[in-house]
Design a protein around this ligand. Structure first.
Ligand SMILES: Cc1cc2nc3c(=O)[nH]c(=O)nc-3n(C[C@H](O)[C@H](O)[C@H](O)COP(=O)(O)OP(=O)(O)OC[C@H]3O[C@@H](n4cnc5c(N)ncnc54)[C@H](O)[C@@H]3O)c2cc1C
Length: 375
């Protein structure tokens, strides 16, 4: 059992209050409008969320992954669309700038991103490179004064509103991948139209093309060919974070369904008094409690800098699968009202599908868990 510290409890409470008071009332509108929730995104910045994981020396608050995961769970309980935008900013969107950015990048972009004043995205996926990132075709040609970038990326979160990207590409002098910093206002950066999605619709996603984009030498983040190694540095944290998103949406569905089961009366009594409904809640409760504990366990391993690759994969796999099951079961509890747009359950069901994909699909995670077992 994980005993939360006073600071961790305080953070959880702060984000819980924010979610209940500010996010939840706007969640349906965010989904309906399919627009990046800029105002809320900035309010989350004012709460210090984007700098939580970075040390104070870098402008952050140097908090642990357990605290971060608790905050993510609460944001996702309010709106998975908002939480998806905010976690992209706080983790993948900014990490490589923090690790490798020079003075210009850190001052002009990283520091502003921690405040929520500039928005970052990460461009890894391509039309023919999803789970298999080694198939990335985007190419950075090495020139005397830097690089020229060409390629096509897709499914890029926050791209339509992004100020900068971290881009995974292959240089023409190395077979391994490299990482580049690319401001979105450079000539040749083209943002495609938003991809219409079934869920997390407020977290806008689009294609991004790079056509002869000239990059100075300092926009290479890390070493040539060092991209895959760098990505592995935060892979466990990406998975723990996605697992925390899944816990958040599962909690929202569970809580709504529990309230409904106590209020809705059929055959002369609340439906929560029927054993068939009680069994559903017992199952959901077991799944939610065990998943939450396991996600926090993986987060604690990360905080102690202990091996955590397998645990992070188990956390992400289990939390995303149970989240989808809980949203399904919650929808059955509400029956026709679970099918009505007026109630939130149908949105939770649509949103939860996202957690099965981001951070590695269940199939890929199972393959890699088996590898960890020496198979
Ligand atoms: C809402 C959303 C936001 C996203 N945001 C970003 C972003 O900001 N930046 C970014 O770069 N990408 C982003 N992505 C892309 C995401 O990372 C990819 O979708 C993901 O990596 C899976 O790739 P794919 O969809 O091409 O599936 P594929 O890799 O084509 O997989 C298709 C199916 O085949 C299975 N499969 C694949 N390989 C194997 C194998 N070896 N063995 C067994 N089964 C296999 C998969 O599990 C899956 O079931 C986003 C996706 C979504 C849905």
């Amino acid at each position: 059992m994980i005993e939360l510290t006073d600071i961790q409890k305080q953070i959880q409470q702060t984000f819980r209050d924010f979610s209940d008071r500010v996010v939840k009332p706007l969640a349906a509108k965010i989904d309906e409008e399919k627009k990046f929730p800029m105002e809320l995104f900035k309010q989350v910045g004012a709460l210090g969320f984007y700098g939580m994981r970075y040390p104070e020396s870098a402008g952050g608050s140097g908090l642990d992954i357990v605290s971060y995961s608790l905050a993510v769970m609460e944001l996702a309980r309010g709106s998975l669309s908002l939480a998806a935008c905010c976690t992209m900013q706080s983790l993948m969107g900014t990490y490589f700038l923090y690790r490798f950015g020079d003075k210009e990048i850190k001052e002009k972009y990283f520091a502003e991103a921690l405040e929520g004043n500039k928005i970052g995205g990460i461009c890894m996926t391509e039309p023919n490179a999803g789970s298999d990132l080694m198939a990335v075709k985007t190419i950075a040609r090495v020139t005397d004064d830097g690089f020229v970038l060409n390629g096509q990326k897709t499914w890029i979160t926050s791209a339509p509103v992004a100020d900068f990207f971290t881009v995974l590409a292959r240089t023409d002098n190395h077979e391994q991948l490299s990482i580049f910093f690319v401001p979105s206002n450079l000539e040749g950066v083209m943002i495609g139209k938003s991809i219409e999605k079934m869920g997390v619709r407020g977290s806008v996603t689009s294609e991004v093309a790079f056509i002869d984009v000239k990059l100075p030498k300092n926009y290479l983040l890390g070493e040539i060919g060092g991209g895959t190694k760098c990505l592995r540095e935060i892979l466990a944290e990406i998975r723990i974070m996605t697992a925390a998103l899944a816990i958040g949406i599962a909690t929202a569905a569970y809580e709504d369904a529990l309230k409904y089961a106590k209020e809705r009366t059929q055959f002369g009594k609340p439906i929560g008094k029927f054993q068939a409904i009680q069994m559903k809640f017992a199952d959901m409760d077991v799944q939610l409690e065990t998943a939450k504990l396991y996600v926090l366990h993986a987060a604690e391993l990360s905080d102690k800098n202990l091996p955590r690759q397998k645990e992070a994969m188990i956390a992400k796999l289990y939390a995303s699968e149970i989240a989808n099951n809980i949203c399904d079961q919650a929808s059955r509890v509400l029956a026709s009202y679970g099918y009505a747009v007026e109630y939130n359950i149908e949105r939770y069901l649509r949103d939860a599908r996202f957690t099965l994909i981001g951070g590695g699909t269940s199939e890929i995670l199972k393959i890699n868990i088996a590898k960890e077992l020496g198979l």
